[in-house]
Design a binder for this molecule. Structure first.
Ligand SMILES: Nc1ncnc2c1ncn2[C@@H]1O[C@H](COP(=O)(O)OP(=O)(O)OP(=O)(O)O)[C@@H](O)[C@H]1O
Ligand SMILES: [Mg+2]
Length: 235
């Protein structure tokens, strides 16, 4: 469904991606792991059109998307939940969710989708009319995921959903992510520093170092190999 081949990208003179190649088949959870600065967020930004590759190709459903504008990429069915969430804190929970559906014209379906998001994240339903500013960090993460789902993506890019959250809440969010991927038949590219947690719900994993893939395997193999865990995954 998604395929990156030899993708290079830079921020000015800082080379962030040095030949990333990865595949995400339809319907699974693919985890992208690696230390700080390895290029995980930049990989997601390249896919969603926020960082222009200088070399290489990115295809979605067999079509090249590496020269498309971010808005067009959203319309093709790719939603990105960036690091640090970036919800609109001055707007209400409901307004944030509606904004996620701004490219859609099917008003009745939008209402049903909001209800479905409230069923995944009941706390958002309870706080629908409150300013997003008043939500806790974990609730804001739920809102960011909910808003991304409102665009009806087929591919969801999640950047460090665990960042800054208490372990118990992280486990709750990860279990909801797993449920959503199964129920919505959604493909998820999950960027995480917590390798153990990510591999507990992923089907396949890629490990990045200095902007390139140094290791890839099924999540089961990565989890089961102690020397891989110690040298690359830090647990
Ligand atoms: N806006 C930017 N301007 C300049 N350099 C950047 C920018 N964003 C990232 N970089 C650099 O690009 C490289 C890859 O960064 P990236 O944010 O993709 O890493 P990451 O794997 O997501 O790290 P983290 O786990 O800390 O989020 C790093 O060397 C980083 O310093
Ligand atoms: Mg990052």
């Amino acid at each position: 469904m998604l395929s990156l081949r030899n993708v290079h990208a830079a921020y000015g003179s800082v080379l962030a991606l040095r030949g990333i190649s990865l595949e995400a088949p339809e319907g699974g959870i693919i985890s992208v792991l690696g230390a700080n600065g390895a290029g995980k967020s930049s990989t997601l930004r390249a896919i969603s059109g926020l960082l222009r590759p200088s070399e290489g190709t990115i295809e979605f459903d067999g079509k090249p998307i590496d020269k498309m504008r971010p808005e067009k990429i959203v319309q093709m069915g790719i939603s990105h939940v960036p690091e640090g969430r970036q919800i609109f804190t001055e707007l209400t929970v409901m307004e944030n969710l509606r904004l996620g559906a701004y490219t859609r014209r099917d008003g009745d379906a939008v209402k049903r989708d909001i209800d479905r998001i409230f069923s995944y994240f009941p706390v958002l339903g309870e706080r629908a009319k409150q300013q997003a500013l008043l939500l806790s960090g974990g609730e804001q993460q739920m809102l960011a995921i909910g808003r991304a789902l409102m665009a009806k993506p087929r591919l969801l890019l999640l950047d460090e959903p665990s960042l800054g959250l208490a372990p118990i809440l992280v486990r709750e969010i990860f279990s909801i992510i797993k449920t959503i991927s199964e129920e919505e038949k959604l493909t998820i590219l999950l960027v995480e520093q917590d390798a153990s947690l990510a591999l507990s719900i992923a089907d396949y994993g890629y490990v990045l170092e200095s902007g390139t893939v140094v290791l890839e395997d099924t999540a089961e193999q990565l989890r089961g190999n102690e020397s891989v865990r110690r040298s690359y995954l830090g647990y």
